[in-house]
Design a protein around this ligand. Structure first.
Ligand code: HEC
Length: 151
């Protein structure tokens, strides 16, 4: 990203000083894309959607927030922003009857293979890439279980 900004500001500065278009009555505006600018200060460099970086619990938490919560909601009640248009609605993780009816392996299977593979809604997407990240998968199960009744 920084190198792109660098190239962009270089091109702008070059065109501006050469004045090839004959309307060179203004100096090139100072750009915020200066190569000397300090990099944007952000909370982290973690790639969106759960990259390979970070502890499994962090990757899982980021993935839950960025992916799962869109449908299942930050509250776990199946009331995320995308939930309204879905039928059946995303699972409400806080439902004690549902929590009691599934094993951790059931939860892992639907996460890896998606709803359709287990006879449920195809709107529940598969995360097949987590087959290579069993630790992250296990952390997702923990997050889902944490919405259930306290033991
Ligand atoms: C596009 C919306 C959507 C996203 C994103 C989504 N889900 Fe779902 N999920 C659903 C729907 C809809 C169901 C209900 C399926 C049914 O009951 O037929 C469901 C059901 C489930 C279930 C319950 C399965 C059961 O036994 O009833 C689990 C567990 C689950 N999702 C986990 C996840 C996890 C973890 C993520 C993120 C990696 C995720 N979901 C992302 C829509 C979504």
């Amino acid at each position: 990203m920084r190198s792109l900004l660098f190239v962009t500001s270089f091109v702008v500065a070059t065109i501006g000083t050469q004045g090839g278009c004959g309307k060179n009555d203004q100096p090139p505006p100072p750009t915020s894309g200066s190569p000397r600018a300090t990099p944007e200060s952000g909370p982290s460099t973690r790639p969106a959607g759960g990259g390979a970086e970070g502890a499994p619990s962090e990757v899982a938490a980021a993935m839950f927030r960025d992916v799962c919560a869109t449908c299942h909601g930050g509250s776990g009640k199946g009331d995320g922003p995308a939930a309204e248009s879905l039928s059946p609605r995303p699972r409400n993780y806080t439902d004690p009857a549902w929590q009691a009816s599934v094993t951790d392996d059931d939860i892992k299977k639907i996460i890896l293979e998606g709803g359709q593979a287990v006879g449920k809604s195809a709107m529940m997407p598969a995360q097949a890439q987590l087959k290579a990240k069993p630790e992250v998968l296990a952390e997702l199960v923990k997050i889902i279980r944490a919405y259930g009744p306290k033991k």
